[in-house]
Design a protein around this ligand. Structure first.
Ligand code: 2RA
Length: 340
């Protein structure tokens, strides 16, 4: 017995990855529906070895369906999420709409799977922001051992985080630099992204930080521990897939770098590649397409009493979005919606 599962936003970067990962992980599917907006209606999408023709989200009745993976942004979820939930279909939403709602669990299964039981209040579960997901996978096992006081993180986020338009802009702008007459001005991003970096993701807030940086603070507190202080600088870089993060951690207690490496080696969802030699670390091009959260450059921060530095890389479309959503569905199936 499997589940009747819906992927909402099946033609976008994350929606397509959700379908790929459901198939790769052989999620128990009895029936699957791929939904899209009217403008993408009829588009064919792959689900393992089969091809699905997208159906109209606006006309779709969620009654009788078990789980809906939403990847259509906050506005779309606002319009269709509640009606899916009300029809008895558990919504796993990749947008930020419900992440900070006290009645909606924000879940990274390797970190806080137990919180999933709170889904029944609204029949909705929130998926964290991509840059948060990989970071909390790395932080949680270390927090359990030496209690984290403060995190300082700088992110190097790929253009796929800004959707297909972001990827197209990097591609066309880069080409345009070499092909006379094909120059491309900034459009999706505020400044040139080809051969450049942009310290601005999402809207600016009153205090000078951006919404992306605020998300990392608020979501880390909700997922792991509200006592943890987090400060972030989120930067867009000319990489197609894979977010990287330089993470500095201050603990309550001293944690030796070797012990930290051993802990991370055993941590769920983590792959440690950490050799102090040429190539002894992971880069986005190696992480893209993989399920793991990769950790490298683990080393003491001797400028503070209990400090540690590390480098964290993961596929932002997978662990950062689609994989985490599918893992939430797996956890929901295993713990709550058990099917014989
Ligand atoms: C980004 N985290 O990278 C945001 C949304 N995916 O653009």
């Amino acid at each position: 017995m499997g589940y009747k599962i819906v992927v909402v936003g099946a033609t976008g970067n994350v929606g397509r990855e959700m379908l790929n990962i459901l198939a790769e992980r052989q999620f128990p599917v009895d029936e699957i529906a791929a939904l899209a907006s009217r403008r993408s209606l009829g588009t064919e999408v792959s689900f393992g070895d089969t091809t699905l023709v997208t159906k109209d989200l606006n006309e779709f009745d969620f009654a009788g369906w078990d789980i809906a993976l939403f990847a259509i942004g906050s506005d779309g979820t606002k319009e269709h999420g509640p009606r899916a939930a009300k029809a008895g279909c558990v919504v796993i939403d990749n947008s930020s709409l419900y992440r900070y709602d006290p009645d909606v669990p924000l879940i990274v299964p390797e970190v806080n799977a137990d919180a999933i039981t709170g889904y029944s209040k609204k029949n909705i579960i929130a998926n964290p922001n991509c840059s948060t997901a990989q970071m909390v996978v790395a932080l949680k096992p270390l927090h359990d051992r030496a209690r984290i006081k403060r995190v300082v993180v700088s992110t190097y986020q790929s253009v796929s985080g800004a959707g297909k338009a972001g990827m197209d802009e990097l591609w066309n702008q880069t080409k345009g630099i070499y092909v006379p007459g094909q120059e491309r001005a900034a459009d999706k991003f505020t400044k040139q992204i080809a051969f450049n970096v942009i310290p601005h993701i999402d809207a600016f807030m009153e205090d000078g930080s951006t919404k992306e940086e605020w998300k990392m603070v608020a979501e880390t507190k909700k997922i792991i521990d509200p006592a943890i202080k987090v400060t972030a600088t989120c930067v867009r870089v000319p990489v197609f897939v894979g977010h990287s993060e330089a993470i500095n951690i201050e603990f309550e207690d001293f944690l030796d770098e070797d012990e930290a490496r051993d802990i991370l080696r055993e941590a769920p969802g983590v792959m440690v590649i950490d050799k102090r030699e040429d190539g002894g670390y992971v880069t986005p091009v190696e992480a893209a397409g993989d399920f793991a959260t990769f950790i490298s450059r683990i080393r003491q921060d001797s400028t503070i009493e209990n400090g540690l530095n590390l480098w964290c890389v993961s596929d932002n479309l997978r662990k950062g979005a689609a994989l985490n959503a599918v893992q939430i569905a797996e956890t929901l199936g295993a713990r709550v919606l058990k099917k014989g």
